[in-house]
Design a protein around this ligand. Structure first.
Ligand SMILES: Nc1ncnc2c1ncn2[C@@H]1O[C@H](COP(=O)(O)OP(=O)(O)O)[C@@H](O)[C@H]1O
Ligand SMILES: [Mg+2]
Length: 326
């Protein structure tokens, strides 16, 4: 379990203060994956640096399994940092070392006995599906394989938390999915607490249990994936279940419908048509499965004469959220 409470980071830049983190709080249970999504400049890298103690936050706390990281003395930072494994966008492997020697490196740094290192490295390479690549050099590995080595190395010292900073941004879509699935599997298997910093909604869709939207140093939306996806007007919901833009069309009101779970699309539309004797013109639609739940989003145009209040009441009773598009 990692808990971040009211984290602030202010950089002094000449005469002015730059507020990079403006009171960030989040709580990620053990065995789950939390995505942190945000545009460039939102504060993602600052958050990573504060979590890994590369940078001291101006105020606020970071706690892992009840132990506060943010108040450890400088002399103990190294030890405290071992509780967090880091995975980067580029695996940053040492080219002159084999896969096994790269994974062994953090263990050598802390003086782990050689025999212990050997056993641990064999175990880790098997864990990430690279049992047969121990002696391969980075130049002989694909991008995905290099990232697997990076993940094995991050797990070498038995961290409680895995912090992944854009782990798949340099990979093709298929390899991205493989690496994400590996991270998900390891999370369950090793009971890790995982934070994934990303700008790709696909990462959130595929493996995150919960998500925070970071903007200008603040968390502006957050929650379990199903919860944020169910918020029809929410920005995360719009990004998780995107609808293509449609040009304005003269005629009746344009509404967006969000159906969650068993509320299938077809019965809702035919129900509308029958009950209100209106034409339903589908402008755009999208269906996504998120955290095991089906979400359907539709943009439809109704007849000019449709009684929107009645439609709203009817759809609410069906468990369908409605928003009148501008
Ligand atoms: N060392 C620094 N000194 C001054 N300002 C910084 C420093 N690091 C980051 N910032 C500022 O903090 C804000 C957040 O930056 P950053 O954490 O790098 O965002 P992201 O990783 O989401 O792109 C930006 O406005 C950036 O200019
Ligand atoms: Mg950054």
């Amino acid at each position: 379990m990692i808990t971040v409470t009211d984290l602030r980071k202010v950089y002094r830049q000449g005469a002015r203060d730059v507020v990079a983190l403006d009171g960030v709080s989040m709580s990620v249970p053990k065995g789950s994956i939390h995505g942190i999504i945000g545009h460039s400049g939102a504060g993602k890298s600052t958050l990573v640096r504060c979590l890994t103690l590369l940078d001291r936050p101006t105020s606020g706390t970071v706690t892992i399994d009840g132990r506060e990281l943010t108040n450890v003395k400088d002399a103990e930072i190294r030890q405290a940092r071992r509780r967090i494994g880091m995975v980067f966008q580029h695996a940053n492997l040492m080219d002159s070392r084999t896969a096994a020697a790269n994974v062994a490196h953090p263990l050598e740094l802390v003086g782990t006995p050689r025999r212990e290192i050997q056993a641990r490295v064999t175990e880790l390479l098997a864990l990430v599906g690279l049992a047969d690549f121990a002696d391969a050099y980075p130049a002989q590995l694909s991008g995905g394989q290099k990232q697997r080595v990076g993940i094995a190395r991050a797990l070498a010292a038995h961290p409680d938390v895995l912090l992944c900073d854009e782990p798949t941004s340099a990979l093709d879509p298929r390899t991205t999915d493989e690496i994400l699935d590996l991270i998900a599997e390891l999370t369950r298997r090793l009971e890790l607490t995982v934070l994934i910093i990303t700008h790709e909604m696909n990462v959130v869709k595929r493996i995150c249990d919960s998500v925070s939207l970071l903007e200008a140093g603040r968390v502006v939306e957050h929650g379990p994936l199903q919860e944020v996806a169910s918020d029809l007007g929410g920005r995360l919901a719009k990004a998780l279940i995107p609808l293509p833009a449609t040009p304005p069309i003269p005629g009746g009101p344009v509404v967006e419908l969000l159906m969650v779970g068993e509320h299938a699309t077809e019965p809702v539309l035919s129900g509308l048509t029958r009950r209100f004797d209106t034409d339903v013109n589908v402008l755009a639609g999208s269906v996504e499965t998120l955290a095991g739940t089906r979400f359907g989003r539709l943009r439809v145009q109704l007849d000019q004469s449709t009684d929107m209040d009645a439609v709203r009441t009817y759809l609410a009773a069906q468990g369908v959220a409605v928003e009148v598009a501008a």
